[in-house]
Design a protein around this ligand. Structure first.
Ligand code: F6P
Length: 323
């Protein structure tokens, strides 16, 4: 295991650079050269490779995003794209590959393994929708960004006695909405995993008003409405239905940036170390995972479908303490 390719793919996640740093430094420790592949699988197909030395890994642990840049490469989903990628691996004399990314990227990692490339995946996505691991890289930082925003929104909601609809990311998962809503004291949390009608949403707001609540915060997952634009759709419904002052804030890509929290830096470092150790032991086709508080590896074949890691007991807790 003397030359290991490394790429970041899909949506960037705070903590990716912390994983890169450990992979480069652990690689150096075992006498392996780490070859950085720029812009995800597109870079692998194009042969866009730069060696990463210990100096390249300096001063990045605190930076969000990814120094290798990333991309969503649809071309990799084709057999031709995958064959070009395998050709790059051979041309570059790579003995192994580490893929850091979300569910789509990890499917790509599985394809590389199935093409005979020793490959380890590392889960990284703020959505936390990767099955088999309780946390992915970037989730904790995104949660803290969302909670900080909810705190700021609550100040002005209180002052103006308004109802704020705050839309958060998560694709089809309600994890960010649920956990930031719970931590941020939201009165209402709306997630794709639990169907709630618009009239029920209005009834929740109205019952709060009946007991004297002069302001409310609704944390809604972007995927709550199948047609998308959940925040806009809900805020427009409430404007028509009530005489309340309604405002909408869409957090968007703020949740993808920022300096990673200690939790994400430590998780990413542990995943990076496990990935190197696994390749050295001849393990392939697996993903690093956090399970029962321990770092393990699970087969990439087991992550066929996205999960949401949503705990419905916490969903019920939000409503039981929101009055
Ligand atoms: O998968 C991470 C994520 O931030 C989702 O929560 C969001 O829906 C999507 O990426 C946005 O994709 P893009 O960055 O390509 O606009």
């Amino acid at each position: 295991m003397k030359r290991i390719g490394l790429l970041t793919s899909g949506g960037d996640a705070p903590g990716m650079n912390a994983a890169i740093r450990v992979i480069v430094r652990k690689g150096s420790e075992i006498g392996a050269e780490i070859l950085g592949i720029q812009r995800g699988f597109r870079g692998l197909i194009d042969g866009d490779v730069v060696p990463l030395d210990n100096r390249a890994a300096g001063g990045i642990i605190e930076r969000g995003g990814t120094i290798l840049r990333t991309a969503r490469a649809a071309s990799f989903l084709t057999l031709d794209g995958q064959k070009s990628a395998v050709a790059t691996i051979a041309e570059q004399g790579m003995d192994g590959l580490i893929v850091i990314g979300g569910d789509g990227s990890l499917k790509g990692a599985r394809a590389m393994h199935e093409h005979g490339v020793a490959t380890i995946g590392i889960p990284a996505s703020i959505d936390n929708d990767i099955p088999g691991t309780t946390m992915a890289i970037g989730v904790d930082t995104a949660l803290n960004t969302a909670v900080d925003a909810l705190n700021k929104i609550r100040d002005t909601a209180y002052s103006h006695e308004r109802v704020f609809v705050v839309e958060v990311m998560g694709r089809r998962s309600g994890y960010i909405a649920l956990m930031s809503g719970l931590a941020g004291g939201a009165e209402i949390v709306l997630i794709p995993e639990v169907k709630v009608s618009f009239d029920e949403i209005y009834a929740l707001i109205d019952s709060g008003r009946q007991i004297g609540k002069r302001h409310s915060i609704i944390a809604v997952a972007e995927g709550f409405c199948a047609e998308g634009s959940a925040g806009r759709v809900i805020s427009e419904f409430l404007r028509k239905k009530t005489d309340l002052e309604i405002r909408l804030t869409i957090l968007g890509h703020l949740q993808r940036g920022g300096s990673p929290t200690a939790f994400d830096r430590i998780l990413a470092s542990r995943f990076g170390a496990m990935a190197i150790e696994s390749l050295v032991e001849g393990i392939s086709g697996k993903m690093t995972a956090l399970t029962q508080g321990r770092i393990a590896t699970i087969p990439l074949a087991e992550i066929e479908h996205v999960a949401t890691n949503v705990d419905l007991a916490l969903y019920r807790l939000v409503y039981s303490v929101a009055s």
